[in-house]
Design a protein around this ligand. Structure first.
Ligand SMILES: Cc1ncc(COP(=O)(O)O)c(C=O)c1O
Length: 387
């Protein structure tokens, strides 16, 4: 593991000479069959994780290079597996640590399909999910059957920041495995392994790729969990197409500069919104009244471009008109690309363990790379009409 700073590592990571053959970007190697000179050579082939070509499902240097780059962003990690989506990464990570009879602790602010996987697939496998308050600090959270705790910090609709190091320390004492959906911060703003996380998950669909043109997920694991992760991923036949892996690796190289711009523009807009009379509250981890703000201050080195605001009065129809009327904000799921997005969201409907979510019509914004003042002017016109 290199001692270089993250911005330097992100440029160099995964670009092994034998994979790039002298060009800058590791190229697209498309393959199903990989040919050997002889039967003996085929039998002698090492497992692909050691860098040897074997069979297309196990990837080619295109996927290995991306995985190695993501590993290098998490000091303390043993390796990274890539997946066809963020949800696939979450599913395999969970299945790699859980077995029938286990209990999983799942944060109540988790991304809805993560909850769906627990409530459906894990339940059918005899694995119990207990939802917990995102502000819990460990202590009496763990039961006799608790095998793993899943965190998502901040929650991607309501933005509560969790005490990830505290929860990890408490989990370690009980032998409980820790998993984190780190998509919002990425390892640049929150190195998960250093905080004690065993399995760090990214929906690379968002900031890693950064251009809203592919689906991809990743799980980076410590040595203790690496073999089980590889085995489970292989058993489920997980594979990422080389074109998507190439694009994600290409996007990754500019992650640091993109994130700093998303951060600056989002903060400017969040602070402006907080002063508008039509806004009841802005949910942004870097604002002092955000739930868990103190953990953001202590643990994060930046804030990305995704946050929510709650409108003062009005209902769903008025909120829809506001979103429809914005000219610089697209209406659509996902986030992390270069473009701004607005989405009506209702996180309170998903909760089963906590009711702390602010009342009122909520809108989630992803602040893209447009000029922040143009975005503010757009929001100002929308809010004037809303009033
Ligand atoms: C926080 C978070 N985690 C995971 C995912 C899932 O990623 P994907 O859409 O690549 O399956 C998303 C997608 O919106 C997300 O917002």
């Amino acid at each position: 593991m290199s001692e270089d700073r993250p911005e330097t590592r992100i440029v160099k990571a995964g670009r092994r000479a034998q994979w790039t053959q002298g060009i800058v970007n590791p190229p697209v190697w498309r393959a199903s069959t990989i040919l050997f000179d002889s039967v003996a050579a085929m039998r002698a082939a090492n497992p692909p994780e050691d860098g040897t070509l074997h069979y297309g499902r196990n990837g080619t240097p295109t996927q290995w290079s991306l995985a190695e780059a993501l590993t290098e962003l998490e000091p303390g990690a043993a390796g990274t597996k890539t997946f066809p989506s963020g949800v696939a990464a979450i599913a395999v990570a969970l299945l790699s640590v859980l077995k029938p009879g286990d209990e999983l602790l799942m944060v109540d602010s988790a991304y809805a399909p993560t909850r769906g996987f627990c409530d459906d697939v894990l339940a059918r496998l005899g694995i119990t999910t207990r939802y917990y308050d995102p502000l819990a600090s460990g202590g009496d959270l763990f039961g006799d059957k608790t095998r793993a705790i899943f965190m998502e910090s901040p929650g991607s609709l309501s933005f509560e920041v969790q005490d990830v190091p505290g929860l990890c320390a408490a989990a370690k004492k009980r032998g409980v495995v820790t998993l984190l959906d780190n998509t919002w911060a990425t390892p640049l703003f929150f190195p998960a392994m250093a905080a004690g996380v065993d399995l760090a998950i990214l929906a690379c669909t968002k900031y890693i790729s950064g251009h809203s043109d592919l689906m991809l997920g990743s799980v980076t694991a410590t040595a203790a969990h690496w073999d089980a992760l590889c085995k489970t991923s292989r058993a489920f036949g997980q594979h990422v197409g080389p074109d998507d892996a190439y694009l994600a690796a290409r996007g990754l190289r500019t992650l640091a500069v993109r994130l700093r711009q998303h951060e600056a523009s989002a903060l400017k807009i969040a602070r402006w919104l907080a002063e508008q009379p039509q806004i009841a509250r802005v949910l942004h981890p870097a604002l002092a009244d955000c739930t868990g703000h103190e953990f953001w201050v202590r643990d994060f080195s930046g804030a990305s471009g995704l946050f929510s605001f709650v409108l003062n009065g009005g209902g769903d129809a008025a909120r829809a008109r506001l979103v429809d009327g914005l000219k610089h904000f697209g209406i659509g799921y996902s986030w992390g690309g270069y473009e701004s997005l607005a989405l009506p969201v209702d996180p309170a409907r998903l909760r089963t363990a906590t009711t702390r979510v602010q009342e009122g019509p909520m809108v989630r914004l992803h602040i893209g790379l447009e000029d922040a003042d143009d975005l503010i002017a757009d929001l100002a016109a929308g809010l004037a009409a809303y009033a």
